[in-house]
Design a protein around this ligand. Structure first.
Ligand code: GDP
Ligand code: MG
Length: 291
């Protein structure tokens, strides 16, 4: 039997719809981790398996100018995604100023692999502005094939998938044919907790926080999880815990509900808060967190 397999890297600026689109192409299972801009700090593979093909999508952190070391490493993930790919899906939309991050666009344009330029959110524009946008992008990235779509309305997204299938090379599968992702369950558990932190805390708190799963013990009827929430400063610890521990309790309850849904099992979740001074700038700590 002829088998095809390949890597598709999804790149683009924050908020253009990368996660919405990749959920559509990969399936909803991974959606829990990609709901907010900058939720995606790591490179995550989502794998689509059929009898005669395996497509490995990577949804990467949005392209941005690094302001601190964590972001530098996020940017590195985006750049490495370019080098490993068989196909690049460069996502833009009808809202952002076209052509921003010119440096990155030039890097993409210089690659010797197929580039699918997806113009998302066409539901928000007129035919005329869309045509102008297409002309603009054709000049900027002449080697790209352009796909105007609406990920939200599921309009024209099938054509991207079809084209990907044509373009991926003949190859045996890279991963087990029943794998959905390259990341273990505990990774998704930490992402669920982090998602709740993004939801319930303001300003710099979510971006100063890292979640470490210290224990993940599965028995027949339940999973025991101990997670440490690392913050960068003393004052942030108090904010996470909240008055009489109420904020942390709410965080724990809401996270537990989603983790139970994800693991389809009863979960006993313990959360601890720890000050790891200035972790975002410390190589050793970052390394320990997997960056
Ligand atoms: P990412 O940061 O690139 O991963 O972007 P997301 O997938 O998180 O989407 C950012 C926002 O754009 C979300 O509020 C989405 O619901 C919205 N969005 C995504 N695709 C479309 C689309 O086709 N049309 C419209 N109107 N909104 C969209
Ligand atoms: Mg995203």
């Amino acid at each position: 039997m002829v088998h095809k397999a390949g890597f598709v890297s999804i790149v683009g600026n924050p908020n253009v719809g990368k996660s919405t689109l990749s959920n559509l192409l990969i399936g909803e299972r991974l959606s829990i981790i990609t709901e907010k801009a900058q939720t995606t700090r790591h490179k995550i593979f989502g794998i689509v398996n059929e009898k005669d093909y395996q497509i490995i999508f990577s949804d990467t952190p949005g392209v941005l100018e690094p302001a601190y070391k964590l972001q530098e490493s996020m940017l590195k993930f985006s750049k490495s995604a370019l080098n490993d790919a068989d196909i690049i899906m460069f996502i833009t939309d009808t809202v952002e100023k076209p052509g921003k991050n010119e440096h990155f666009i030039n890097e993409v344009g210089a690659l010797n692999i197929p580039i699918l330029l997806v113009i998302n959110k066409i539901d928000l524009t007129t035919q005329e502005s869309l045509e102008n946008l297409i002309i603009f992008w054709k000049q900027l990235l002449p080697s790209a094939e352009i796909f105007p779509v609406s990920a939200l309305k599921k309009f024209n997204t099938d054509s991207i998938f079809k084209r990907i299938l044509e373009l991926i090379p003949l190859s045996p599968p890279y991963f087990d044919k029943d794998a959905l992702t390259d990341k273990p369950e505990r990774f998704f558990v930490s992402e669920i907790i982090r998602e709740k932190i993004l939801l319930y805390y303001q300003k710099e708190i979510p971006y100063s926080t890292e979640v470490e799963i210290e224990e993940f013990k599965e028995s027949s009827d339940r999973v025991d999880i101990r997670a440490i929430i690392h913050v960068a400063r003393d004052s942030q610890k108090g904010i996470i815990i909240g008055h009489q521990g109420k904020a942390l309790k709410k965080l724990g309850t809401e996270a537990r509900k989603d983790i139970e849904k994800f693991l389809a099992k009863k979960v006993y979740l313990q959360l601890f808060v720890k000050v790891s001074k200035d972790w975002r700038n410390k190589d050793k700590l970052l390394k320990g967190f997997g960056y």
